[in-house]
Design a protein around this ligand. Structure first.
Ligand SMILES: Cc1ncc(COP(=O)(O)O)c(C=O)c1O
Length: 347
């Protein structure tokens, strides 16, 4: 049959991450940068409580969660927009602020959704390259702003390199972009691990947008919930594009309970970042395995033939991802990473 989809969509390749078989896989899932331990009991209790209330027939309301997120992030609730995963936030930013032919700067390699959204909107994609050591191509980005870019993406920390830029650098880029009427979008999916945030700058810069997610450190990837922070005006514009009920109530209840249990989050983040990650880095250093120092809960390391090594690791009980001629491994707990190291020695 004739394909009646828009030509630009027909020309796209689908973004289909390798999810198949993950649910039944008996080893450790170190391939999607997720939380590697179950979510807190308090969140489960809140979800059960919501089911017992039997209010499934009512459309969702978001005020309580927006207030909690605002408090957690240090902004006012009207600066917060809930989204169905931060993926939806990314999509809304592209749909609201770009159009066919808009120049969009995506320092690369980076997260697949940026390219997908840009292609759907028929943007002109500009890809300044991260250096081999993972440093951000700031000079090129500033040049592209000068040349008329409409939207600049700063994935901070970047997936897959794990590297981050400082708040001062984000401000420098945002200031320059403002003078050229360009938008800056900072993806903070790994904020809880990295702790650098541009959220405060959204009070000062009308051209700045930040997205975050409950999918990573909070462990709610299955429920699909994230949020976007920007000026009231930008949020109002993006809300015209988002559906009124796109985020389900289970997700909001789980997110509220997660924010009420920050101690559990902090404990997990501390173990991953201050104990397990240094241990893996130490192992890599001692064995002369090259890796990029990361501000997130994953490490990108070099090996010969990454697809072959990921296959071997899979057989040994660890899913990892080949990425840009290297392997990206999610960092979990100390115990999990000790097991990973022990098996890795055999590869
Ligand atoms: C940099 C980055 N942004 C956004 C996301 C999307 O997260 P979610 O849609 O689950 O909130 C991911 C997921 O891997 C990511 O790595």
């Amino acid at each position: 049959m004739t394909n009646l989809a828009n030509l630009n969509i027909q020309e796209m390749k689908p973004y289909s991450p390798p999810l198949e078989g993950r649910r039944s896989y008996e080893g450790k899932l170190l391939d999607f940068n997720e939380r590697t331990v179950p979510i807190s009991r308090k969140v489960i209790k809140a979800l059960k409580g919501f089911m017992k209330k039997d209010r499934m027939q009512i459309y969702p309301e978001y005020e309580d969660l927006c207030e909690k997120i605002a408090e957690y992030s240090g902004v006012v609730p009207s600066q917060v927009m809930l989204t169905n995963g931060s993926d939806q936030g990314i999509d809304l930013i592209f749909r609201t602020f770009t159009t066919k032919g808009s120049k969009v700067v995506i320092p690369s390699p980076s997260f697949a959704m940026f390219y997908q959204c840009a292609q759907v909107e028929q943007n002109e994609i500009i890809k300044p390259a991260y250096q081999d050591d993972g440093s951000f191509p700031k000079t090129e980005v500033l040049e592209e702003i000068e040349k008329g870019a409409k939207l600049i993406i700063i994935c901070n920390p970047n997936n897959p390199t794990g590297t981050a830029i400082s708040l001062e650098e984000i401000e420098e880029i945002t200031q320059k972009a403002l003078s050229k009427k360009a938008m800056v979008y900072v993806d903070e999916a790994y904020f809880e691990f990295c702790k650098i945030t541009a959220v405060n700058l959204t009070k000062q810069y009308p051209n700045l947008i930040v997205t975050r997610t409950f999918s990573k450190a909070f462990g709610l990837a299955a429920l699909r919930i994230g949020y976007t922070i920007s000026s009231l005006q930008n949020i109002e514009e993006m809300l015209k594009v988002r559906g009124p009920y796109d985020i389900n109530m289970f997700a909001t209840k789980a997110a509220e309970a997660s924010l009420d249990d920050i101690n559990s989050l902090n404990k997990y983040v501390d173990e991953v970042m201050n104990k397990a990650k240094p241990m893996v880095e130490d192992f890599f250093n001692k064995n002369r395995i090259e890796f990029i120092p990361s501000r997130a809960n994953f490490l990108l390391f070099k090996t010969d033939n990454p697809p072959d090594v990921t296959e071997k690791l899979k057989k040994m009980g660890f899913l990892t991802r080949p990425r840009n001629g290297a392997i990206r491994v999610t960092i979990g707990t100390v115990k999990q990473m000790k097991n990973f190291i022990n098996q890795f020695k055999n590869v």
